[in-house]
Each structure stands twice: as C-alpha cells, then as structure tokens.
Design a protein around this ligand. Structure first.
Ligand code: SIN
Length: 323
C-alpha cells in the first residue's frame, strides 16, 4: 500500500481562476472564474489518483467577491476536518485576487496545528497550458510533507506564509511574493524544500473564539483609505458623515506614504475621527516592501508589519473578539 494512502487529505474548493473557464482555449484573461467543480480539478491531476481524499465544494466564487459568508463556511468545514484525527492536512483552492486575505483570516481565526495549504492559478482551467494542476499537485505535496502547521499559500512552486504573502503581479504565473521575509520554501518535483521553519502555533484558539467568528452577522466595519499627494481628508470626512443606517464605522486603516506618513489635511480628519468619534485609526504603508518602523512621532497605532489589507482584517477581527 502506498504510504500516502493511510493519510487522509481534505480538499475544499472555493472557485477562482483555477476553476475558471473561457470560451476560447487561448484566452487567459476573458474567462469566468469559479466554473469548474473542485472534483473535476482534482480529477485533472494524475498525481492525486492514489491519494485518500475527501473533496468538498465550499463555495464557487470569483475571489474579488470574497467576504464573511464564504470565510465562515470555510472556517466551519476546516474546524470539523482539522479536529478529525484521521485528517492530516487540508488544501483549499481559491482565486488569486484575495487569496492573501483569506489566508490571513484563516490563520488568525484558526491558528491550525495541522497544515492548511491554499492554492490557486493565474490561468483558467480551460487554458492551453493551465497552471492550476501543477499548483494543486504542489499544494498536496506541501500538505503531506510539511513538518509544522499553519496556513500557507502555494503558487508557482513557492510556499508563502499567510502573514507575508501578497499578490504582486496582475498576469504572470509567479504572482505572489513574501516581501522582505521571503518564501518559506519551494516545491521541486513533488518534494518540499523548506527554507525556514513554519510558524509554530503558540496559543491554540478556543472553541469560543471560533464560535464568535462563525456567529457574527458582519465583521466590524473597518475602512481602508490611502494617503497621496493632494489628499484633502474629504474621504475620511465622508466616512464620518455616513449615518447609522450604514454599519457604524469602527476603524480606519491608512495606507500611508513611506514610513506610514499621512498628508497633513488627511491627518487632521483622522485625528478628529479618533479623538471625537472613537474610531480606531491604524497606520500601514502603501510601499510594496518594508514595514512601518515604529518611532515616537507616530500619531496612531501602526500595522505591526502587515500590509494595509491585512491590517484592516486584523483590526476588524480584534474588534469582533473584543465586543
Ligand atoms: C479570482 O480571484 O477569483 C479571480 C482571479 C484569479 O483567481 O486569478
């Protein structure tokens, strides 16, 4: 019996380009995401033929439309499977556009001690040379060979941590990068080569905090604004001016210039939001690399090295669990 046959793996499908279909095989951009079932994606990978698998379609979406309902469905299924002693690891197929956000949410909410490997594709399943089958095969290799747990992303032969990964290219197959941190490892001919240890689970989550996430009707509203030349703070004032018929604003993340600096006109509006309206303001940087390096002159909390989109999620999750 193949050694892998005794280790059960779960593959959850959520849609994306990996499950996309175009009317013409040569078309790598004019396709519709989320068309092909995850069962068919698995069937297209010969290396998975002898693997003990449970395959489930959790959602079928273009990940630009990702949000709390799909994250809750994913967390619900992951919580069940990760707590099953017979399950070794879980692979999730996903669109590339918000992959880093889902990876971050799953890591924050579940902090799994088993591997949870997200994978994707830049070309639809109908392409002349789709990248999805190789990425899925690599993701399964990582899921079976990883020595640690946690949420990681596998794309174009590289393994990235949920914390550091970001989509950095609109078209090329190797579309993800881990910035200054670099990738965790790579996959070569089905073999995982780890460059550094996986993030270790220090404090496992409680059932209560997972329940809190699963029962939330919405996430606390945290908006993301960008500081730029000629900014005048009117975006912030418009957000503050919205009535209570819209979800109340709880936080604003600013993708600041350079080391988290903000145009003085926008800064005034943000200070007003925080001091007079109790809106939490957190500074991130719009720079593709580096972090907001803390110093005494920062006007607000900073992003702890997270990208603006992940800072937004971190604040929303913090506020949710504090409510
Ligand atoms: C999506 O994110 O669902 C569409 C784009 C992609 O997967 O590359």
């Amino acid at each position: 019996m193949d050694a892998n046959q005794s280790r059960r793996l779960v593959i959850l499908g959520t849609g994306g380009t990996i499950a996309g279909r175009a009317t013409q095989a040569g078309d790598n951009v004019g396709y519709v995401a989320g068309q092909v079932s995850v069962e068919d994606l698995v069937a297209a990978v010969p290396t998975l033929a002898h693997q003990a698998l449970t395959v489930e379609q959790v959602a079928q979406v273009d990940s630009k439309d990702m949000g709390l309902p799909v994250w809750q469905a994913l967390v619900r299924q992951l919580w069940v499977h990760l707590n099953d002693p017979e399950v070794q690891a879980v692979v999730v197929t996903h669109g590339t556009d918000t992959l880093e956000e889902t990876a971050f949410v799953l890591q924050q909410v579940l902090r799994p001690s088993k591997p949870v490997v997200l994978t994707c594709a830049m070309r639809p399943a109908s392409a002349l040379a789709p990248d999805g089958p190789q990425n899925l095969s690599d993701a399964v290799a990582v899921a079976l060979q990883a020595s640690g747990g946690g949420v990681v992303v596998v794309c174009a032969g590289k393994v990235h941590s949920a914390r550091d990964v970001a989509k950095v290219h609109t078209y090329q197959l190797d579309a993800f990068d881990s910035g200054d941190a670099g990738p965790l490892g790579c996959v070569e001919e089905g073999q995982l080569r780890a460059f550094k240890p996986w993030e270790m689970v220090r404090d496992a989550v409680t059932e209560g905090s997972v329940e809190r996430f699963l029962s939330a009707p919405t996430l606390p509203r945290v908006e993301l604004v960008t500081s730029h030349a000629d900014a005048d703070g009117s975006v912030v004032r418009a957000l503050m001016g919205q009535g209570v018929q819209v979800r109340p604003l709880r936080g604003i993340v600013v993708a600041g210039t350079g080391n988290g600096t903000v145009h003085k006109a926008m800064l005034h509006a943000l200070e007003e939001a925080q001091t007079t309206r109790g809106v939490r303001v957190v500074l991130a940087s719009r720079c593709a690399r580096g972090r907001v390096v803390p110093h005494a002159g920062l006007s607000f909390d900073h992003s702890q090295g997270l990208s603006p989109v992940k800072t937004r999620l971190a604040l929303a999750l913090e506020l949710l669990l504090a409510d």
